[in-house]
Write a protein that binds this ligand. Structure first.
Ligand code: PA5
Length: 443
């Protein structure tokens, strides 16, 4: 369960205004449940949790098992919603220091294309999310001699960054593998777009479909996210059913659910002139979740001249870069701490006899204790400095609780969009740069 602690928000909140907002929050929530709000034909991300397709989950798991058997590297090509969710979950749930899988450069392995390391998940690499040729060149150099599979993920099939990367990578694959097409998986629309045309022409290994009624930034629990996540060796059943349980918990009309309280508090603070929200994590593994959250909220709310600007920080690292601004800069910021309740740390501070570094005052305590002190101290200091802040606490960094967290944010942003009177499921503004870019490229 995700819990909202708003202790450090209360001095900044007008209780009467919050109470007055309750009926609108209830209406917005009801509009999500009943599919009566703007863009409600894009609520498939709820339907797929309310009516799970277990056969699809099993199919993804069996494809992932093949990838774990045969691939040293799964290269995922996608941008925005077509990669941020997978990267976020994989970063959060992969232990630190997980060694890069050695290449299958043994002649026998290379000959039959199989990995020499069947028990270790393949390394998951990402590309197609920017236009750096230097990055792509370097990446392909890194992949030499390895058993490479490619998952190209694009709902439209036309996104330039992803499509260009796929063109380059496909040529590279064809030069290196006799069975190149059997090493390519596509995740795309059921029928439309260039990826379907390429699939019809070349017959790739596998195709997964992104449902019509699920937008990119809501697609992490479709094959878009689930296939790379499963290939990374993560338990997608627990992830998916964690999200499904959070979805179930939000099916009644209770306006006091914490996802709705989160949406209401943000909306009220925006009304009061706070127009930047900083999501702060203390655990580096969670930074990717922050970047996924940033897209989810930025693209869903930032339209028609409204919305909080979503930014992500990783503390305590960023307390030594942005901490000064947070404490004393323009007072238009709110801050949301994202904190797991339990962290598997196990590292205690050792005691020394001479205490020359003067740190024996923390000897015997765990690094988690230090993190707790840093978190609660930062929350207090920032509140004292005029930054309304709240904390979203979830159980632990494990598949089930991460699934719950993903759904919590998806539901919150849908309600939040309706509170702002915008359609949270479109992104018309993203087209403007594309038009200008295509014109310059002579399309
Ligand atoms: O959330 C969204 O809809 C976007 O971020 C898309 O995911 C992103 O633009 C990529 O689009 P596509 O999957 O069509 O390549």
């Amino acid at each position: 369960m995700v819990r909202l602690d708003d202790t450090h928000l209360r001095p900044f909140l007008d209780d009467d205004a919050l109470a007055a907002l309750r009926p609108r929050v209830a209406d917005a929530h009801e509009a999500v449940l009943q599919k009566t709000g703007a863009g409600s034909d894009m609520l498939g991300w709820r339907d797929l949790l309310l009516d799970p397709d277990d056969a699809l989950l099993e199919d993804i798991e069996s494809t992932a098992a093949r990838l774990r058997r045969d691939a040293d590297v799964l290269l995922c090509l996608g941008i925005g919603g077509s990669y941020l969710g997978a990267r976020a979950v994989i970063d959060a749930l992969t232990p630190y220091g997980t060694s890069r899988r050695p290449s299958s450069s043994a002649p026998d392995a290379a000959a039959d294309g199989a990995s020499a390391h069947p028990d270790q998940p393949p390394e998951i690499r990402f590309a197609g999310h920017h236009t750096s040729g230097a990055y792509l060149r370097r990446l392909l150099n890194d992949l030499e001699g390895k058993s490479v599979f490619v998952n190209v993920i694009s709902k439209s099939g036309t996104t330039l960054e992803t499509a260009l990367a796929f063109r380059v990578v496909r040529a590279w694959m064809q030069d290196r593998f006799d069975d190149a097409n059997d090493r390519i998986l596509i995740t795309t629309d059921s029928d439309q777009g260039a990826l379907n045309a390429l699939h019809r022409a070349h017959g790739f290994y596998k195709k997964y479909v992104i449902p019509d009624d699920v937008g990119g930034r809501f697609s992490v629990l479709t094959p878009v996210g689930l296939l790379p996540i499963a290939a990374a060796g993560i338990d997608i059943q627990s992830l998916f059913y964690g999200a499904a349980s959070a979805c179930d918990a939000l099916t009644d009309a209770d306006p006091d659910h914490d996802a709705l309280r989160y949406a209401a508090r943000r909306a009220l603070l925006l009304d009061d002139g706070y127009d930047v929200e900083t999501l702060a994590v203390f655990e580096p593994k969670l930074k990717g979740i922050g970047q996924w959250w940033q897209q989810l909220f930025g693209e869903s709310e930032g339209k028609e001249g409204t919305g909080l600007f979503p930014s992500v920080v990783q503390y305590t690292t960023d307390l030594h870069s942005l901490g000064q601004y947070m404490q004393e800069g323009q007072r238009t910021l709110i801050e949301t701490f994202l904190m797991p309740e339990r962290t598997p740390d196990g590292l205690d501070v050792p005691k020394t006899d001479d205490d020359v570094d003067g740190l024996n005052y923390v000897a015997g305590r765990s690094m988690d204790d230090v993190t707790d002190a840093a978190y609660s101290g930062t929350a207090q200091a920032h509140a004292d400095g005029g930054v309304p802040n709240m904390t979203l606490q979830f159980d632990e960094i494990a598949p089930g609780p991460i699934g719950e967290l993903l759904y919590f944010f998806e539901h919150a942003v849908a309600v939040s969009g309706y509170l702002l009177d915008v359609n949270p499921f479109n992104q018309p503004g993203v087209e403007a740069y594309k038009r200008e870019m295509y014109e310059r490229l002579g399309r």
